[in-house]
Design a binder for this molecule. Structure first.
Ligand code: G4P
Ligand code: NA
Ligand code: NA
Length: 191
């Protein structure tokens, strides 16, 4: 998606070997007009699927997931990473391991917000090692819901998440695909 690639080139900053900092429009400050455009693009790519629900993980997935939900006119559910006072029982949970932080986190979704009738589109900000998406897929399985596809804002093709999902024949649509970082610059995948 040209608009997103241009924005990454303009405002993204490469940190070290493999991290792109996009906190001026996605991960901290959020550009609402860009989010609407991303939501519409997810809709254009998945509109032939019978999506009933968008699933993501807090916190950075929520903005693009909400934009997708606005385009599809379906509810958006975000998995929680932290224990909640009001969210205790009747939960689907999954362990998510972060290779970056080398910690395991539990994610949780209330059973009442996901059922076997649901046809789910997962939306997330980054696809790196794919562990957050794997956790959501685990929860979708526990609910007996159907996964229709995965929509990603920024995919890093050189990390192992995309391959994991391709191996499972899951449809993945990434709005920007980064093949490499070279001398502090982003190299987009040609496809
Ligand atoms: P993954 O397996 O879910 O693909 O991610 P990984 O453990 O590698 O990364 C952990 C966190 O770092 C995730 O956010 C993920 O979205 C984020 N991340 C991965 N690569 C990048 C990157 O290049 N740039 C930025 N800005 N973030 C990246 P999280 O810990 O779940 O946090 P939150 O921000 O959603 O709360
Ligand atoms: Na995320
Ligand atoms: Na993040």
């Amino acid at each position: 998606m040209k608009l997103l690639e241009d924005r990454i080139e303009k405002d993204g900053r490469v940190l070290g070997e493999d991290v792109l900092k996009v906190d001026s429009f996605l991960n901290h400050q959020i550009d609402p007009d860009l989010m609407v455009a991303l939501g519409n693009e997810f809709y254009a790519r998945f509109k032939d699927e019978p999506i009933t629900k968008i699933l993501t993980v807090e916190s950075s997935g929520i903005a693009p997931a909400l934009a997708a939900g606005m385009a599809f006119h379906v509810p958006v559910v975000f998995a929680r990473k932290h224990k909640s006072l009001t969210l205790k029982d009747n939960l689907y949970t999954s362990e998510v391991y972060s290779f970056t932080k080398k910690t395991a986190n539990q994610i949780a979704i209330a059973e009442k917000f996901l059922s076997s009738d649901d046809k789910v589109l997962i939306v997330d900000d980054f696809l790196a090692n794919g562990q957050a998406v794997e956790g959501l897929i685990d929860i979708i399985g526990q609910a007996g819901a159907t996964l229709e596809g995965v929509g990603i804002v920024i995919e890093k093709t050189f990390q192992k998440g995309r391959q994991l999902l391709d191996d499972r024949h899951i449809r993945v649509e990434s709005l920007a695909r980064i093949a490499a970082f070279e001398n502090g610059h982003v190299v987009f995948a040609q496809d």
